[in-house]
Design a protein around this ligand. Structure first.
Ligand code: NAP
Ligand code: ZN
Ligand code: ZN
Length: 346
């Protein structure tokens, strides 16, 4: 099946229209007519080969929301007309202990990324959501609750689950002081979700003009990271900090904001390695950890959580022809707070 896409032809080149072939719908597959596709900063990192070893041409996009238009003979999870979402991976080994535990994002075998990856045959390249349709194994698609618009639901498939998973894992809730660093696609979902979980939320930002939005989105406090006095006064005052910054940060400065036994979770994936002084950890028995998206069952749980609390992402919908300009704006931290491609413009 020939499908319209926008693709990066070679590392760092602008995206351009490209037709690709999708496989026929197999017994366990669903065909999803893509309605909206979110733009994640990871798309840009990979399209510009900032993480190395990328596969070109690349059709980015792992925040996919659409309507099921065909189901394979063995599919019971979906029927034609259902609203479905696809996130960051479209297959895993299903046999390792992490897959069996519903932690497919930590698959120790072969994980097929939604794009810039290989199918389970380890050869066929995968193509993502900047596209009019996708064929995916039904185990790796989730149901988007009817009350959530597909446009505001699309970014939940990466930005939403990437924040939900560590916030749950590290116990965000009443009485827990949570800091979210960076008000971008991931960060704004972190503020909304942590607030909905009942935590006391502080947005830590290097952009002074984002204060009003942070408070509107559910933050209780705003900390300007460039204000030396304010950050000094905030030392030892957080139980959990989630770092969503796409660039290299001074980890020691941010980690000194953690209280005794506080935890810093790294989500942002800058090109350069971060460094940390041992003293920063031992002086308050602090922990440093990371987190990678979330499993399929947890993604469904997150979608249901957002539907129950009545929110999706704050988005700017764009025509696909404006995607290159949108990427530039993301790099300049100038998006409120996620670009979503209207796939009908393909
Ligand atoms: P984004 O929309 O560009 O947001 C990043 C935010 O970081 C910006 O809005 C900005 O917030 C802050 N920032 C940017 N440059 C900065 C700098 N030099 N110093 C301090 N703060 C800076 O990106 P995103 O889509 O949310 O993705 C964020 C990162 O997470 C990317 O590296 C992406 O690849 C990664 N990611 C990881 C996972 C995972 O599973 N771990 C999943 C998805 C994405 P302020 O203006 O408020 O400071
Ligand atoms: Zn992403
Ligand atoms: Zn596995």
């Amino acid at each position: 099946m020939i499908t319209k896409t926008y693709a990066v032809p070679t590392a760092g080149a602008p995206l351009e229209p490209m037709e690709i072939e999708r496989r026929d719908v197999g017994a366990h597959d669903v065909l999803i007519d893509i309605k909206f596709s979110g733009i994640c900063h990871s798309d840009i990192h990979q399209g510009r080969e900032e993480w190395g070893q990328a596969i070109f041409p690349m059709v980015p996009g792992h925040e996919i929301a659409g309507v099921v238009t065909e189901v394979g003979s063995a599919v019971t999870k979906f029927k034609v007309g259902d609203h479905a979402g696809v996130g960051c991976f479209v297959n895993t080994c299903r046999e390792c202990e992490n897959c069996k535990a519903g932690l497919e994002q930590y698959c120790q075998g072969h994980l097929s990324s939604t794009y810039n990856g290989r199918e389970s045959d380890k050869q066929t390249p995968t193509y993502g959501g900047y596209s009019s349709a996708i064929v995916v194994d039904d185990n790796y698609a989730v149901t988007i609750p009817a009350s959530l618009g597909l446009d505001i639901a699309a970014p939940l498939m990466c930005a939403g689950i990437t924040l939900y998973s560590p916030l749950r894992h590290w116990g965000a809730g009443p009485g827990v002081r949570v800091g979210i660093i960076g008000l971008g696609g991931l960060g704004h979902m972190g503020v909304k979700i942590a607030h909905a979980m009942g935590a006391e939320v502080t947005l830590i930002s290097h952009s002074p003009h984002k204060e009003a939005d942070a408070l509107r989105l559910g933050a209780d406090h705003f900390l300007l990271s460039t204000n030396k006095e304010a950050t000094k006064a905030a030392r030892y005052s957080f139980d959990l900090i989630i770092n969503t910054v796409s660039a290299k940060i001074d980890l020691d400065r941010y980690m000194s904001l953690l209280a005794l036994d506080g935890t810093m979770v790294l989500l942002g994936i800058p090109e350069e390695a971060l460094s940390l002084r041992t003293f920063t950890l031992l002086s308050a028995r602090r922990r440093l950890t990371g987190s990678n998206i979330g499993g399929i069952q947890e993604t469904q749980e997150m979608l249901n959580f957002c539907a129950e609390h009545g929110f999706g992402s704050d988005i700017e919908i764009i025509d696909v022809k404006d995607v290159n300009a949108a990427w530039e704006r993301v790099v300049n931290s100038d998006v409120k707070y996620r670009f979503v491609i209207d796939a009908s413009t393909l």
